[in-house]
Write a protein that binds this ligand. Structure first.
Ligand SMILES: [Ca+2]
Ligand SMILES: [Ca+2]
Ligand SMILES: [Ca+2]
Length: 212
């Protein structure tokens, strides 16, 4: 292949990579769309109706309920759940927790979760721990930075709460990720497609000239 053809192919590819890595727009959050898995942890009470309500995985999908309702997924002590969002994400993960009662005086309502990101359901990167009350996850959600600019597909939450009688671990009201990189890439990739077309035309005319 001659150098002119190589350059015509390389140009749109290299531009596509640069655009996706330099995106600097403000964060926009997309809520969880699918529960990939849920492993119920320990519930230290035996109200079966309440357990049935709080183990409905759909309660963790979509936008958070603003005030405390039963619309959450309790992990149970040591339990875990994996979520996906309809696309790749980067930079940040945000979690809303549900806690009833007077949060200032009830330390036995403290609950926490370790947050992981990954792409294959086997290898996970821990990005930190969210505490429901200390991090105000039960008010407006708590955000963790991923700490790199890679794209990820899944978020895994693992309950780390201290076991207390009559409780059920961390309660996921909602979860969201920053899809800004992915969204930014979509319109830019259409212009990249335009450049690919230009590149293809250039290759076509070069080949034609060679044949003549
Ligand atoms: Ca709670
Ligand atoms: Ca709980
Ligand atoms: Ca909810």
């Amino acid at each position: 292949m001659n150098n002119a053809i190589k350059a015509a192919i390389a140009l749109p590819i290299s531009i596509g990579v640069v655009i996706s890595a330099n995106s600097t727009h403000a964060a926009s959050f997309t809520y969880a769309e699918t529960v990939e898995s849920y492993i119920q942890g320990e519930f230290t009470y035996d109200n079966l109706d309440q357990i049935a309500t709080r183990t409905n995985v759909n309660n963790a999908l979509g936008a958070p309920e603003a005030s405390a309702t039963d619309n959450f997924l309790a992990l149970g002590f040591g339990g875990e759940a994996v979520f996906s969002f309809g696309g790749m994400f980067s930079e940040q993960v945000k979690v809303w927790e549900t806690t009833f009662g007077n949060h200032n005086s009830q330390s036995d309502y403290d609950e926490k979760v370790e947050v992981f990101v990954g792409n294959d359901l086997e290898n996970w990167l821990s990005i930190g721990v969210i505490e429901n009350i200390a991090d105000e996850a039960y008010i407006g959600g708590a955000t963790l930075d991923i700490g790199n600019s890679n794209l990820y597909q899944y978020v895994r939450l693992v309950d780390m709460s201290e076991v207390v009688e009559g409780r059920d671990g961390f309660d996921i009201n909602a979860i969201a990720v920053n899809m800004e990189m992915e969204r930014e890439y979509v319109p830019e990739s259409s212009s990249t497609l335009g450049l690919l077309a230009v590149g293809a035309l250039a290759i076509g005319s070069l080949l034609k000239r060679k044949q003549q």
